[in-house]
Design a binder for this molecule. Structure first.
Ligand code: PMP
Length: 370
């Protein structure tokens, strides 16, 4: 079997044990004589699967009892619309902190349904930092942040205190990566395809008092009250993806939960940033206090002769990505909108993958120094 180290921003690597377990029970899940993909979502066979997945998430994240966990579809992108459709209030503004392309998309969707106030932005320095969070105002409808910015590689160093204004956080690319006090948030949402499992399911963690405020015109599928009342079974949920999330959570629990993975994530990221900070050829464009543990963009040092003009730099990027892939280190190209290179090192990336990447980069650097 050939396995590469996959540095994709998502869908991304899954733990091998999880894939093997799923493969082992592909045709007969839990001695039912059926694949989980064939089960009725309302059957007695499937019920324990979704319940166990929710229970593990509650346990690992210490989700308080006054929060519902929903398994929805439509990706994090649909939450860009669902949040305003359910939380916006006439005469009040939805507050956003603009920290990159995903924040911007969330802002543009919300603006279709509500007045928005982009209260701070880091666009002035190409989103390479997280701006100071201005205070919430009493009559703000909610306050939205993108906690980890997948494309530019920044993360909030601390969570803003928004008082009684519900804090809404897109945690698509950092959920389960570090300890978190869920009670600081009104809503947390995340597409699964990075730290939770395969694409197809979106996890929404929502405080009870924020459910039930959508106007009557809001379609059933976009209402938190309906999904909460029906325990994510208003319609057919993404059964297989939810099952896979359950296996990933079990894996995480067995390895010591969030404290253990957070330590490993810190170790992996420190190794990589240390290398970048000492390299003559590669640089991290992100300001130090705001560096993501999950997504690490890097660029060629413009002072290096191998990348002294745009043409040389573009050629070198192509060569780097191609040579890395030949060495089993795949998906290292930066996002198409920002260029450069990026290593996404989510929970399932073993530290060996990061070490292999650094080894490869050192060798690549040597070939450019001659
Ligand atoms: N927010 C963030 C921070 C993301 O990284 C992504 C996807 N990469 C999205 C939202 C969009 O997620 P989806 O594709 O699940 O809609």
């Amino acid at each position: 079997m050939k396995r590469v180290f996959n540095f994709s921003p998502g869908p991304s690597m899954l733990p091998l044990e999880v894939l093997q377990k799923a493969a082992g029970e592909m045709c007969d899940t839990g001695n039912t004589g059926q694949s989980v993909m064939e089960m009725s979502h309302r059957s007695k066979d499937y019920k324990p699967i979704i319940e166990k997945t929710e229970q593990l998430l509650r346990e690992l994240m210490a989700i308080p009892d006054n929060y519902k966990v929903l398994f929805l579809q439509g990706g994090a992108s649909l939450q860009f619309s669902m949040v305003p459709l359910n939380l916006a209030k006439p005469g009040k503004k939805a507050v956003f902190i603009d920290t990159g392309i995903w924040s911007d998309k969330a802002i543009k969707e919300a603006a279709k349904f509500t007045a928005v106030d982009v209260r701070a932005s880091s666009k002035d320095r190409a989103y390479t930092y997280i701006p100071e969070a201005p205070p919430a105002k009493e009559d703000d409808a909610y306050y939205h942040i993108t906690q980890n910015n997948t494309i530019v590689g920044t993360k909030w160093a601390s969570i803003p205190d928004t008082g009684s204004v519900p804090l809404v956080s897109d945690m698509s690319s950092n959920i389960l990566s570090e300890p978190l006090d869920v009670s600081k948030f009104g809503i947390i949402y995340a597409g699964a395809q990075k730290n939770l499992g395969p694409a197809g399911v979106t996890v929404v963690i929502i405080r009870d008092d924020l459910i039930g405020h959508a106007g009557p015109e809001v379609p059933a599928m976009l209402r938190y009250d309906i999904h909460a009342k029906e325990a994510s079974m208003y319609n057919t949920p993404p059964c297989f993806s939810i099952y896979m999330v359950g296996l990933v959570l079990e894996w995480l629990k067995n390895m010591g939960g969030i404290p253990a993975i957070a330590k490993l994530n810190r170790e992996k990221a420190d190794l990589f940033y240390q290398y970048l900070d000492n390299s003559n050829l590669f640089n991290s464009p992100v300001e130090k206090p705001f560096r993501s543990l999950m997504n690490i963009p890097f660029v060629f040092n413009p002072a290096h002769k191998a990348a002294e003009n745009d043409e040389k730099k573009a050629e070198l990027e192509k060569l780097f990505v191609k040579d890395a892939a030949s060495s089993g280190l795949v998906n290292l190209a930066g996002h198409r909108l920002v260029g450069g290179m990026r290593a996404s090192i989510y929970n399932a990336m073993p530290i060996e993958g990061v070490k292999e990447l650094i080894k490869f980069m050192k060798q690549f650097e040597e070939t450019q120094n001659v």
